[in-house]
Ligand binder design. Structure first.
Ligand code: OXD
Ligand code: MN
Length: 600
């Protein structure tokens, strides 16, 4: 056991308890140093978990291949163990906290046998931020350690900040694959039985227990588990918000800068928008975060956003020079790739990378692959883990302790019909309504059946750690806690509209800057708009479409109100609201009634 680099008695006692429970072969306190990372990467190369990529083509980069049963977040195995089911709400799987604790104690007993227990001190949020939170993840996965070092502020500085009396959120993680004496390890140990995976949150402790998976949000416990599910419950008590949002800065050719946060469900291109290269000449986007934003009211009454993470855990397929040149630049070095394809030259490849497929490759399962073999080379949920600081357009204030003041919030989803390219809320309550009505159609890649609409309020359905009805109320209450004119303006966007024949109507990516420009103009009071039953829509010439070859019919389609479609939308939102019963704030029922009335 490496000597404990802390005298915090609560931490020492908890770690001792975890050692007794999990029975590891050794214990390592992580210091977050470069040397430590290198040692762990070397160890994983020796053990077959990592393949070192070509040092000339991808310096400091590694490829991991997961077990085929462990490739994504497992929402049906994710639990919020609040005191009552009502507290967790219909948006969460609930289990009685005492019963779940007993079950987990059984699973974790001896779960780290034959393995090293790593103790990872980490902070979500800049260490000097008023809302930063310290977590300690105890894990038996070196892969988790090196990913957490990219995604969080990790190591000795966090223990120093914690001091002797500081509080932390205990996060226990095991891949759930103890080794018997002499048993040969495998490259990606995990519990292959999906029913034995558990991602469990105890919001009242608070603490996090994750068993059986080594992948992404299931295992990097700072991200979805702490910075969203647990943080949302803390934020509710403390009067702030933990959101599934990107944060970007947008600077006009005249040098005016606005900060915008945007919530889109998973697989709607948050990373692409967050670091977009605007097609409009003279406009500049800077990135502050691509997945999570913590929002709090500043002393001036404005809403400030902070990215609690320090890295990007982005989906690789589809990332290309066209869709996201800045992400491609960010992952040229010091990046961990998981489940992408390996080329013969020791570089990586994935579908829709915008470069020709290699004649041969090793696919994400480690098998030989050729372009005509009928299988995908990279898993659709394959990922890159890259330091945010490597993004060429990282915003100079991305680590500011205070965060940045938001001018606008965008909601959105992947919707083939009905929802226009952009519309603006007429009031804060209407904005909260738009957030609550977020939904997205599943992509073929993600779930096997395309085009099924899933309501995902505020893009937080899998991430809100308490009853979503209470969460709506928490959002609505912001207008009582500050001068509502200081709150960000709220917009709804849809980059994914299709024509009746299935053609994309909007080119997306860098062209989305045209919508962002209108958003800035609305904030500044210069953007032209028409009030419609669904909110403000840009007038036909309000969007800057210079240099874009968009035909008039398509534009009309993108910016009109499809009354019949909206009538169906209203009923669908009403059905989703009925889940929340008496926890649904009356302000939202009113918004729905008003919309119904306006649609006639
Ligand atoms: C993610 C997600 O991985 O939202 O960020 O699923
Ligand atoms: Mn996400």
């Amino acid at each position: 056991m490496s000597a404990a680099p802390t005298t915090n008695p609560k931490l020492l006692a908890w770690v001792e308890e975890m050692i007794q429970l999990c029975q590891p072969a050794g214990v390592h306190w992580c210091d977050g140093s470069e040397a430590e990372t290198q040692r762990l990467c070397d160890l994983m190369v020796q053990g077959g978990t990592f393949t070192k990529l070509n040092e000339k083509l991808r310096p400091g980069c590694y490829l991991a291949r997961s077990h085929a049963s462990d490739v994504a977040r497992v929402e049906d195995r994710t639990f919020i163990c609040a005191k009552t089911q009502e507290e967790a709400g219909p948006n969460n799987h609930w289990a009685d906290p005492a019963e779940m604790r007993q079950r987990l104690l059984g699973l974790f007993k001896g779960s780290m046998a034959g393995r090293t227990m790593y103790i990872i001190p980490f902070a979500m949020g800049p260490l000097d931020s008023p809302i930063a939170k310290i977590g300690i993840e105890v894990t038996d996965s070196a892969y988790v350690v090196v990913n957490m070092r990219i995604m969080t502020r990790m190591g000795q500085a966090v223990l120093d900040k914690l001091g002797v009396g500081g509080a932390f959120i205990p996060c226990l993680h095991s891949v759930g694959a103890p080794l018997r004496p002499g048993q040969q390890d495998v490259p990606w140990p995990c519990e292959p039985d999906p029913k034995k995976k558990y991602i469990v949150h105890f919001p009242d402790d608070p603490s996090i227990w994750s068993f059986g998976s080594g992948y992404g949000g299931n295992a990097l416990l700072g991200k979805k588990c702490l910075a969203l599910r647990i943080a949302s419950t803390i934020a509710r008590r403390e009067g702030w918000l933990a959101e599934h949002m990107l944060i970007l800065g947008l600077t006009s050719p005249q040098g005016t800068k606005h900060y915008v946060a945007a919530a889109f469900p998973s697989a709607c291109g948050k990373t692409n928008l967050a670091m977009m290269q605007p097609s409009l000449p003279g406009w500049k986007v800077t990135c502050l975060g691509d997945d999570i934003a913590w929002l709090r009211l500043g002393q001036d009454g404005r809403l400030y956003a902070t990215n609690p993470e320090t890295g990007f855990f982005g989906v690789a397929p589809g990332t290309s020079q066209h869709s996201n040149p800045n992400a491609l630049a960010a992952i040229t070095r010091n990046t961990i790739f998981t489940n992408v394809a390996l080329k013969p030259d020791g570089d990586v490849w994935w579908e829709d990378m915008g470069v020709p497929a290699p004649a041969t490759a090793i696919d994400w399962e480690g098998n030989d692959w050729t372009p005509d073999c009928g299988r995908k080379a990279a898993h659709p949920n394959s990922r890159f883990t890259a330091p945010a600081a490597q993004c060429p357009v990282i915003d100079p204030d991305w680590q500011s302790a205070e965060g940045v003041p938001l001018s606008a919030i965008l909601f959105g989803g992947r919707r083939a019909t009905t929802i226009p390219l952009v519309n603006e809320a007429v009031s804060w309550e209407h904005g909260v309504f738009l957030g609550s009505a977020c939904g997205s159609e599943t992509t073929a890649a993600a779930l096997g059946k395309a085009g099924v609409l899933r309501r995902d309020p505020f893009a937080m359905l899998p991430f809100c750690g308490y009853n979503m009805g209470d969460y709506f109320a928490h959002w609505l209450a912001l207008a009582q806690r500050t001068d509502r004119r200081k709150l960000p303006r709220v917009f709804f966007t849809n980059w994914f509209r299709r024509s009746d024949s299935g053609k994309w109507l909007w080119p997306g990516y860098g062209e989305n800057s045209r919508v962002l420009k209108w958003v800035c103009e609305r904030v500044e009071g210069t953007g032209q708009a028409v009030e419609t039953p669904i909110g403000f829509l840009p007038t036909p010439d309000a969007l800057d479409l210079s240099g874009l070859n968009l035909n008039g019919d398509d534009l009309r389609h993108l910016l009109s109100v499809d009354v019949e479609g909206w009538k169906k939308e209203v009923e669908d939102v009403a059905a989703s609201y009925s889940n929340y019963k008496d926890r649904l704030p009356s302000a939202l029922t009113e918004q729905l009634a008003l919309l119904r009335q306006r649609l006639g």
